[in-house]
Design a protein around this ligand. Structure first.
Ligand code: FAD
Length: 420
């Protein structure tokens, strides 16, 4: 079979690439090994499909700590606002939620994937599902042929690799693109899990003392071996049976991975500020006030409004304060220590869940070998990359999907141009 543009992978990057190429009036084929397209897109944002993010471009780039700056040229061509218009033109109304996250008004991922598929049909893009690609053949620095697992071959003028990373493989992303890229002369930077829960050997984790406890709007920091803060994220977190998870933890996770590696550590220290809006002195003075107001009341009852009760009892235990002791029997030093623990409780983490369980894959096809305005390979003619297969990774919150749509759009337009 012959085609002009062959898009391998039907995630957000590949779907957008196929539409962009289709709109450029060339013959387009989109191929995916799964029985459905957009499987990972459909489970993003808690199953409601976090289409993009409405923060200003500079903020979007900041929220893509894995090479977000590479996307500046791409954003000049197609950006988050263009994604919003694109979907609205397809009849998918979007709404903004917290932190700029954009979702379909329907709260239904199917409306997003359905609209993309409808557009592909309108553009007569040929879609092959349940069709894994086995290999890509190159000759004299050019793409010549694509081999399928079923024994068939496709002869395209241009190929777009949009097969995603290596995380959550049941959605189809199993890292197939990396060897094809290497064969085309590309470097694959080291792969690692990002946006991933963290593991901890701390006794309070192992004995499941806090399992299931969520803390809202805390500030979680990753510290370097000298105790200096590498990064802080202010969001929610949860204690689990193996360690910690939740948005603040996911965002910190890549910095933990990098710190473990950089300093060859067996564990990294994290600092938990459970009352980031208050200063330690303010909290201490509130405890002193309480002591004056209710001297005979048990400390656990008197100050329970400050924090979730389970966490407060945990901190009292850490400060070696009897939770039933009347306030007037507790020394100022102990109250000071408790105030400090509210602001600065430290615990260690010693790793992450595996790459397969991470939301996003860090590392990938080196961006140094990709044209930032076209997504074309600098190594092989007729080859383009987009989406998570590239060494670009952001926080969850619509940033990865934005990167996938934007790089997909560029790859599609420029692969079509290449064919012409
Ligand atoms: C649970 C979960 C929640 C997430 N939530 C968010 C979020 O809220 N915000 C955010 O920005 N990001 C989120 N992400 C990340 C985001 O979904 C991905 O970054 C994005 O889907 C990557 O898009 P992609 O098109 O590059 O690859 P993918 O979506 O991974 O798609 C790759 C496609 O390629 C196909 N493929 C692979 N190999 C082959 C082959 N050999 N032959 C043919 N086809 C092949 C696969 O079947 C798949 O359909 C989440 C991820 C997960 C797992």
């Amino acid at each position: 079979m012959e085609t002009d543009v062959l898009v391998i992978g039907g995630g957000p990057a590949g779907l957008m690439a196929a539409i962009a190429a289709g709109e450029s009036n060339v013959r387009v084929t989109l191929i995916d090994k799964g029985n459905k397209l957009g499987r990972k897109l459909a489970i993003s944002g808690g199953g409601r499909c976090n289409v993009t993010n409405r923060l200003p471009i500079d903020e979007i780039v900041k929220h893509i700590p894995g090479n977000g700056r590479f996307l500046y040229s791409a954003f000049a061509e197609f950006n988050n606002e263009d994604i919003i218009h694109f979907f609205e033109n397809l009849g998918v109304k979007l709404k903004e939620e917290d932190h700029g996250r954009m979702f379909p008004v329907s709260n239904d991922a199917k409306s997003v994937v359905g609209a993309l598929l409808h557009r592909l049909n309108e553009l007569n893009v040929k879609i092959l599902t349940n069709t894994p690609v086995k290999d890509i053949l190159y000759e004299d620095g050019k793409v010549v042929k694509v081999l399928l697992e079923n024994g068939n071959e496709i002869i395209p003028k241009a190929v777009i690799i949009a097969v995603g990373g290596k995380s959550v493989p049941h959605t189809g992303s199993t890292g197939d693109g990396y060897p094809w890229a290497e064969k085309a002369g590309h470097t694959i930077t080291e792969l690692y899990p990002t946006e991933v829960p963290l593991l901890s050997n701390e006794e309070f984790i192992q004995n499941r003392q806090l399992q299931g406890l969520s803390l809202r709007n805390i500030a979680l920091s990753v510290l370097n071996p000298k105790g200096k803060t590498i990064i802080t994220h202010k969001m929610d977190m949860i204690f689990t049976h193996f360690g910690v998870s939740g948005p603040a933890v996911l965002r910190c996770s890549q910095f933990v991975v990098k710190a473990l590696k950089k300093w060859e550590l067996s564990e990294v220290v994290m600092k938990l500020d459970s009352l980031p809006e208050k200063k330690e002195e303010e909290i201490f003075q509130e405890f002193i006030e309480k002591t004056k107001e209710e001297p005979k009341k048990a400390i656990k009852n008197s100050i329970k409004g400050h924090l979730p009760e389970r966490y407060l009892l945990f901190l009292l235990n850490q400060a070696k304060i009897d939770q039933d002791a009347p306030l007037n029997t507790i020394s100022k030093e102990k109250l000071r220590q408790l105030a400090k623990l509210c602001k600065d409780f430290r615990f260690t983490v010693n790793g992450t869940q595996p790459l397969e369980k991470a939301f996003v894959t860090g590392g990938g096809v080196s961006i140094k070998e990709i044209e930032p305005k076209t997504m074309a390979s600098k190594m092989t003619k007729g080859l383009f990359f987009c989406g998570e297969v590239l060494d670009i990774h952001g926080y969850t919150g619509g940033y990865n999907i934005t990167s996938a749509f934007v790089t997909g759009r560029l790859a599609g337009l420029n692969a079509a141009k290449f064919c012409k």
